[in-house]
Write a protein that binds this ligand. Structure first.
Ligand code: FAD
Length: 458
């Protein structure tokens, strides 16, 4: 789709000519996300205020072009891709933290703020914003809300949705809405904030956010445990979650993840280990110390070959460096990856892990898994070369099998990456026809002309 010259001129008048680009280089930069798929937009706009976004949406209604909001483009499901062309709305200029209210434990911020910067800003004041996607150093708060991002700390603290008190947003019609509250409680009317959070930028463009904060925990203990089988590690996760200890993080890496990370950026995990867990506890100093001892006993009784508690900040950094390097390091196994983030009830993790191993053996595909085991959230990566048709077909069939088994175990197809374009053909596996029809009606109430991020979810 090509935008008419007069539409481009009107857009330029709204945002200012320096903040609109149709250059090929810029269009390319805003054409892809972490899926690696490419869809060229017709223009990229960098609005500087909610009012400008409102005027862009009114123009989109009049002239009939798609608008796709975009944070940092780290999404894993293609949710920010302009699949029908149109205008990408880069939210990077709406990047101010407006207020940190330490007395009421809230922060009011614009959506373009980088998640890691928000973490640092509140921590300087002794406050804590728990949601911590592994992409936090790049991703934005707006993208986190639109995807309802999780992260390692979700085991104890929940996901982005649990911290959103209220929003300011622009509807596809250009109207501004304010949802939710800035108080600790509030039940007046339907909960529109929760509807917009996780809607993958298809219902409204978030322009301001009020988030709930917590006091910063006094201390954090980081531990690692190494196993000679994935099953033992999975059993250990189930045992930890059955105990009275609530770690803030239980991450796992399978043998293939450890091997590729160690060759990519050596961080001290034995490269021949079959599985590893990264566990964090937080809270008061004495209590955390005591729980770390109990956890060590559980891990050892589940067959951990080596349990270590990190003593220094440098050790903690090295552990997280290894965990965060998995995604890029995986490409040592193949030029392409199919990346799913299924969730199963936590007591079914050993079962799911066995199934993944069997599928790898049956198909001969390289299936690597790691993820937020404490939530039952397993990142399953099938490494392949998409130019090989036979392997691609086999991989797609394997994804089908993985999804079917996930649902059989009472799980869900995505814990945090969302549906976007990559899972839209699978949504019917999980969502029934009545519920799907209701969702489509909600979309058309918010966006009667289907101009906001079309082609996603359904
Ligand atoms: C290495 C790596 C690790 C990751 N780890 C995690 C993890 O641990 N947990 C996790 O949940 N995810 C993770 N992700 C996925 C991704 O980082 C998250 O989905 C993140 O929330 C996306 O933020 P973003 O700013 O990049 O948004 P984008 O990718 O730019 O956009 C994502 C969606 O948000 C919409 N959007 C953006 N801004 C707005 C706005 N202001 N209003 C309305 N809609 C908007 C877009 O239209 C799109 O639908 C990871 C990704 C990578 C590459």
């Amino acid at each position: 789709m090509l935008l008419q010259k007069r539409t481009i001129n009107k857009l330029s008048k709204i945002v200012g000519k320096h903040y609109l680009s149709c250059s090929k280089e810029d269009l390319l930069c805003y054409s892809y996300d972490a899926t690696g798929r490419i869809f060229m937009p017709d223009a990229v706009a960098f609005p500087g205020s909610a009012d400008e976004i409102s005027r862009i949406m009114m123009l989109a209604c009049e002239d009939g072009f798609p608008v796709v909001p975009r944070g940092a483009g780290t999404g894993m499901a293609g949710s920010s891709l302009p699949v029908q062309g149109g205008v990408v709305l880069a939210m990077s200029r709406l990047n101010r933290i407006i207020d940190i209210d330490a007395e009421n434990f809230t922060i009011t911020t614009e959506p373009g703020v980088v998640t890691g910067d928000l973490h640092k800003a509140v921590e300087q004041k002794g406050l804590f914003y728990p949601p911590d996607p592994s992409s936090a150093e790049i991703s934005t708060i707006g993208g986190n809300l639109a995807q309802c991002a999780g992260g390692p700390r979700a085991v104890k603290y929940g996901v982005t949705r649990d911290y959103v008190l209220g929003l300011e947003a622009i509807l596809p019609t250009g109207e501004m809405i304010k949802t939710g509250v800035r108080t600790a409680k509030g039940v007046v009317g339907y909960d529109l904030s929760r509807l917009i959070v996780g809607s993958e930028g298809t219902l409204a463009i978030i322009t301001k956010v009020i988030l709930r904060l917590l006091p910063l925990p006094e201390t954090v203990k980081t531990m690692t445990a190494v196993f000679d089988s994935m099953e033992k590690a999975a059993q250990a996760v189930a045992s930890i979650m059955r105990s009275s200890i609530i770690p803030r993080t239980v991450e796992y890496m399978d043998g293939a993840s450890i091997k590729c990370v160690e060759s990519y950026t050596p961080t001290g995990f034995p490269p021949n280990a079959q599985a590893a867990l990264i566990i964090e506890l937080d809270g008061g100093k004495d209590e955390t110390e005591k729980k770390a001892g109990q956890l060590k006993n559980i891990l050892t009784s589940c067959g951990a070959a080596d349990v270590k508690v990190a003593d220094t900040e440098a050790e903690v950094k090295a552990i997280w460096k290894a965990r965060k390097a998995i995604s890029p390091a995986l490409y040592t196994y193949g030029p392409d990856k199919i990346n799913e983030d299924i969730v199963v009830p936590r007591n079914n993790i050993p079962d799911m892990v066995r199934r993944l191993k069997a599928l790898g053996e049956e198909t001969g595909l390289t299936i690597v898994s790691f993820g937020h085991a404490g939530d039952g959230n397993i990142h399953v990566n099938i490494m392949l070369d998409r130019s090989d048709e036979r392997t691609s077909e086999l991989a797609m069939k394997t994804v089908d099998d993985i999804f079917d088994y996930t649902l059989l175990l009472g799980g869900t197809l995505s814990g945090e990456h969302g549906v976007g374009i990559t899972k839209k053909h699978y949504i019917k596996k999980e969502i029934g026809p009545v519920e799907l029809a209701l969702m489509k009606k909600i979309k058309s109430v918010f966006d009667p002309k289907n101009i906001l991020n079309p082609g996603k979810l359904f």
